[in-house]
Design a protein around this ligand. Structure first.
Ligand SMILES: [Zn+2]
Length: 73
């Protein structure tokens, strides 16, 4: 394992259902270069003071990240 992996896993399912759905729908896939393809199997974690929701692209199966701003915390 790399030493810079300082993730703190958070409970994505603690969010409102509506909020969860928004994260699952509103995505950007670097691999597809297309927005809002959707993701599945989300996890949420804190890394270097930033919260990320990471899931799997519904289209290509690649990793999709959503970075949360402070407003979303
Ligand atoms: Zn994709």
């Amino acid at each position: 394992m790399s030493t810079d992996d300082q993730r703190t896993v958070r409970d994505f399912l603690a969010r409102d259902e509506e909020e969860q759905q928004a994260f699952l729908d509103q995505t950007w896939c670097d691999n597809c270069q297309v927005a809002d393809l959707g993701m599945h199997t989300p996890i949420e974690y804190l890394l270097d003071g930033t919260v990320f929701v990471e899931g799997t692209c519904k289209k290509c199966g690649g990793q999709v990240f959503t970075e949360l701003t402070d407003d979303d915390l």
